[in-house]
Each structure stands twice: as structure tokens, then as C-alpha cells.
Design a protein around this ligand. Structure first.
Ligand code: PLP
Length: 395
């Protein structure tokens, strides 16, 4: 499926400004060295076990399964990882790589602040300086996460250009990196951007899929029939899917943010059909699917969950979509909130609103499946960060 390094079929690549080509090549080489070095892999594994808290559990959702009356539902519990989501898997990996490269400083972009917190956490425990770029609008909306990052010793820099949200923060982080690469590594937050980021971030998140595969084989003695994960940039989903790509009998479904409904135009469903959906183009260094108007201007997106509110998607998903190996669907804000409440009451879990999207699709599919079927839903994070949103939605 992968033709050249950094290519996923016709997607991916490295469409970066000249000033970043050198740094990206240096990073590719360093990452290849990291991967080939058993001592480096052992060190990452130790951090994931002793600090992050891996392996995370694979929980059988007994009450939910009974209520839905169809397939057996298992939840992969990334909500149990340190900082409350899967993002730490990637930031620990990249921070260790940065240290190995002799860098003393890391930078990151963040939308809701979850990746910023995970980057600041990894930087703190490895003794690296950390700067996080965040849109000024997002800083206001996510004041508590700004405070968290500062407590962890990070400098948070407001970005006042463009729509003053995530995509503008990515631009600013890339500008910083081009000027500071001698001392600095850029910890990109999802399986996005120019090569080698989509491959590297997938690899760091693939621990989710490897664990889930081992755990379901132990629990059920066979592979699952269906995997469901939400897709923002695409890192938690590709991390889960990657261990099952060759198992053609395992159905893979990515769930995007349908926002207020596809017809309203207020959503982030890049793979939605027709004029409301996305189309191939280049954003932030990769050829992929993105939401753009006819003139190629990037469209505004909307989702109740900040982590899914991004106009492009990781290039490997674009390839999985076009090849048909994975399917992509969307659920609305309202459906995600309903799923949040159901999981809270039936399983004692408050999921992140991002993860609630994956769950909302499970609620539609599972009742139609036979009882001997097995579904794994990736619970990418916990919902503590979303309490204000949930309370404000009178769900
Ligand atoms: C950031 C985030 C996401 C979306 O990012 P992906 O790269 O698509 O995984 C999903 N869930 C949670 C809890 C997040 O914090």
C-alpha cells in the first residue's frame, strides 16, 4: 500500500517551505535511527509503562452490551493514560527523540490544549524547555488548560493571525521551528503534516492497536469484527487500526465530527459525500483530504469537541478512505452528547466528547449486529475537560 517513504498511495508527501526541508530531513534520519535502536525502544517502553501507565485496560462494557442487545462492546481505555488521553503516547516518543537529537527545547501547537498539556508534561519530565502556540480565541475558550501548561513550566504564546485557532497555531509553530531548529524539535500533535510526522506519530500511537489486539485475543480468543475510533487529525484511530490493517475481516470505521449536521455546513466531516464534504488538496505540508471552497480556501469548521475541529485529516486516512480499507462516517454534536450521557450512566465513565463520537456510531451499529460479534471502541480520552460544554448543552 505504501509506495515511497512518506507516501500513502497518492497522499502524504512533504510540501514544506524550503526553510523546513533541512529540518524535516534531519528529523527523518534521526527517527530512522531511533526506530532501529533497541535501547531507544526499550527506554520509550519503560516510560510508557512506569510513567504513562500502559498498558491501558480493554474493558468489556457489560451493561451497555446488554442494553444495546447486539454485538459485545469492548472499550480501549486511553482515558486511563497519564493526562487523560492518548496524546501522551506521541509526546513521550517525540520528546525522547528530541533529547536523543541533542535538542534542549520543544515546541507544540494546540487547539483545545490537550496536546499542549501532553507536550508540556513530556517536556517537564525530561527536563526540556517548552513553548506552546495557541490561537488567542482558543486560549480564551480553554483558560484552564492554559493554566495547566503554565503550571508544567511551559510558555504559552497566543497566536493572533487568521481565525486565531488551531490552524494558525500550526503555522506559527512551523515559523518558530524554521528559525530555531538548531536547539528545537517541533512536537506535532497528530498523524498530520509533512513527512515524517504522519508515519512517526502513527508509530508512536500504534501501541494502542498492539495492546488491543493482544488483549482481545486473550479475552475472546479471536480478532474483533469491528473497530471504531473518532478522527480529528487521525492519530488515535490510526494507532488502533494499524495493528489490524492486514486483517481484511476486521472492519475499520473512523468517525468524524458532523457538527450541527452536514447540510448546515457547520461540521468537520472531511470524508462526507458531495459538496458538503472535503476534497484532495494540500494543507500544512501534506496532500490529503480537506474542507475547502471552490477557490481552494480552507473552510471554517465546527464541532462540539475541539479535538475533532480541524479542516484537514492525516494522509494515511485519505488513502484508507479511497482504497476502501476503512470507512468514514460522521455523527452530530447532539448524537455525541447523547452517547456521552449513556456511557456515564451505564458504565460509570465520562468520555471525552471526541471519544463520544466513536461511541455514538457504536450505538447505531451494535444493535444491528449478531450477539457473537465483537466490537472495540477506542475511548481516546476522559471527559473532565468537557464538563462546562456538557453542562451548557442541557443534555
Ligand atoms: C486530540 C484528541 C482527539 C483527536 O485527535 P486524533 O489525532 O484524531 O486522535 C480525540 N480524542 C481526544 C480525547 C483528544 O484529546
Amino acid at each position: 500500500m505504501k509506495s515511497k517513504p512518506g507516501r500513502f498511495g497518492r497522499f502524504g508527501g512533504c510540501y514544506a517551505p524550503e526553510t523546513l526541508i533541512g529540518p524535516l530531513q534531519e528529523l527523518s534520519r534521526a527517527y530512522a535511527g531511533f526506530r532501529a535502536d533497541p535501547a531507544a525502544r526499550r527506554e520509550l517502553k519503560a516510560w510508557l509503562k512506569d510513567y504513562v501507565g500502559r498498558p491501558t485496560a480493554l474493558s468489556f462494557a457489560a451493561r451497555l452490551t446488554r442494553t444495546l442487545g447486539g454485538a459485545k462492546v469492548y472499550l480501549k481505555r486511553e482515558d486511563l493514560a497519564h493526562t487523560g488521553a492518548h496524546k501522551i503516547n506521541n509526546t513521550m516518543g517525540q520528546a525522547l527523540l528530541a533529547r536523543r537529537m541533542g535538542k534542549t527545547r520543544v515546541i507544540a501547537e494546540t487547539g483545545a490544549g490537550q496536546h499542549g498539556v501532553a507536550a508540556a508534561t513530556a517536556a517537564a519530565c525530561l527536563g526540556l524547555e517548552c513553548t506552546v502556540y495557541m490561537g488567542a480565541v482558543d486560549m480564551e475558550r480553554q483558560a484552564l488548560n492554559v493554566y495547566r501548561m503554565r503550571l508544567l513550566g511551559a510558555q504559552v504564546v497566543p497566536v493572533d493571525s487568521g481565525s486565531r485557532t488551531l490552524k494558525d497555531a500550526v503555522n506559527e509553530a512551523m515559523r518558530d521551528w524554521a528559525a530555531s531548529v538548531r536547539t528545537t524539535h517541533y512536537i506535532l500533535g497528530s498523524a498530520l503534516g509533512p513527512h515524517p510526522f504522519p508515519t512517526m506519530v502513527r508509530d508512536f500511537q500504534s501501541v494502542i492497536g498492539r495492546e488491543a489486539r493482544r488483549q482481545i485475543l486473550r479475552a475472546e480468543g479471536r480478532l474483533p469484527d469491528l473497530l471504531i475510533a473518532c478522527v480529528g487529525g487521525g492519530s488515535n484511530s490510526i494507532g488502533l487500526f494499524s495493528a489490524f490493517l492486514k486483517d481484511q475481516d476486521v472492519e475499520l470505521v473512523g468517525v468524524e465530527a458532523g457538527g450541527e449536521g452536514l447540510r448546515t455546513g457547520r461540521h468537520a466531516a472531511r470524508f462526507a459525500p458531495g459538496a458538503q464534504g472535503g476534497s484532495p488538496g494540500v494543507l500544512h505540508g501534506a496532500h490529503t483530504y480537506l474542507l475547502q471552497d471552490r477557490a481552494g480556501q480552507v473552510r471554517e469548521t465546527h464541532s462540539v469537541s475541539a479535538g475533532l475541529d480541524y479542516p484537514a485529516v492525516g494522509p494515511e486516512h485519505a488513502e484508507l478512505f479511497e482504497s476502501g480499507r476503512a470507512a468514514y462516517v460522521s455523527v452530530t454534536d447532539r448524537e455525541a452528547l447523547a452517547a456521552f450521557h449513556l456511557l456515564a450512566r451505564q458504565e460509570g465513565l465520562l468520555p471525552a466528547l471526541e471519544s463520544s463520537h466513536a461511541l455514538a456510531y457504536a450505538l447505531k451499529r451494535v444493535p444491528k449486529m449478531r450477539r457473537d460479534r465483537i466490537v472495540i471502541v477506542n475511548l481516546s480520552g476522559r471527559g473532565d475537560k468537557d464538563m462546562d460544554t456538557v453542562r451548557g448543552s442541557h443534555g
